[in-house]
Design a protein around this ligand. Sequence first.
Ligand code: NAP
Length: 324
Amino acid sequence: MKTAIITGISGQDGPYLAKFLTEKGYKVIGTTRSYTNSNRKNLEYLGIENDVLIEELDLLDLANIAHMIKKYKPDEVYNLAAQSSVHMSFEQPIGTFYFNTQSVNNLIECIRLFSPHTKLYQASSSEMFGKVNHLPITLESPMNPVSPYGISKMAAHFMIKVYRESYNLYLCNGILFNHESFLRSQNFFIKKVIRNSILVKYGKLDKLLVGNLNIKRDFGYAPKYVEAMWKILQVEKPDDYIICSGKSIMLKDIVYYIFDKLNLDRSRIFVDEKLFRPNEIYDIYGDNTKAKEILKWDYNMSFYEVLDILLLEELNFMRNKNEI
Ligand code: NAP
C-alpha cells in the first residue's frame, strides 16, 4: 500500500484528490493548520471523512514537517496548502509571499534530508505567467506575474526546479489553470456567481454584483484536474506540466449563461468597479499538449458542461439546506 500526504486537505482540490487516491488503494494523510469541524466539511461532502487520517501541520515549522516526514516516510506528497486567493494576496502580500514560499522551502528541505525517495507534487499556477504577449501559454513562456500570489507561486516553482536539478530529487510542478467545483470556496468568481444568481432567482438577493467581466480565463473541472496531479508523479522522470482546458472564455459569457439557465433578466447584473483588481490579466489560456501526450490526461469537457454540473449541484445543495 502506497502512502500519500496531502497538505491543505480542507480546501477544494484536497478532498477530490484524497477520494481519487483512496479509491486507488493509497493510505492518505491529510494536513491542516488547525483541526476543526469546519475543515472536515468538504471531506464529509464527498463521504470520505473516515478514509483519510487528518494531522495538524504548520508548514512554516521545519521541525513539525521533519517529524511528519520521518513518521510516514510517504511515497508521495501533494503540496496543495497555500494562501490561494489572488484578491487576498493584494490585502496580505507579505503573508501570502512568506507562506507560499517558505512552506515549500521547508518541505523540500525535509524531503532532501530525511526522505529523498519521496516524490513531491507542487501546486504551481497559471498566475505565474501574468501578462503575456503570446498565447497559448507553454512551459517556455516568459513569466510576468501581476499579483503577490503569482510572484509567490513563481518563487516556489523555481525552488522546486533548483532542488530537482541540484539534488536529483523527484519534485514536479503542476501548473494548473483555474479549475472549479462545488467545493470551491465562496470568494471565487464562478462559485460566487452561481450561488448569488440562485439567490437572486429565489428572491433572497436583489442583484448580482460583479467585477470586471471583460476578461477571459481558461477554466476546467477540478475532479478531472486532480487526476493529472497523480499522473504527474507516475512518469519515470520528474518534470513540469501545464494542466488546462486549452481555451478561454469571457467572464461575461459565464454570467450570461448562468442567468439564461435560471431565466433571469440581465438588468439585474451590476458591475461594481470597487471589485476590480488593482492589476489584471486580460486573456490567458494554456497549451495542454504535453499533459495529453505524456500523461495521457484525457480532458475534453466544454466550459458549458462544467457550468451545468456546478449549477445543478449548487441548486440541489441549497434546496437540501433550505437556503432557497
Ligand atoms: P484552497 O481551497 O484555498 O485550499 C488551500 C488550503 O490550504 C486551505 O484549505 C487551508 O487549509 C490551507 N492553508 C494553509 N496555509 C494557508 C494560508 N496561509 N492561507 C490560507 N490557506 C492556507 O485551494 P485549492 O483551490 O484547493 O488549490 C490547491 C492548491 O492549488 C493551492 O496551492 C492553490 O494555490 C493552487 N492552485 C489552485 C488553482 C485553482 O483554480 N483552484 C489553480 C492553480 C493553482 P487549512 O486552513 O485547513 O490549513
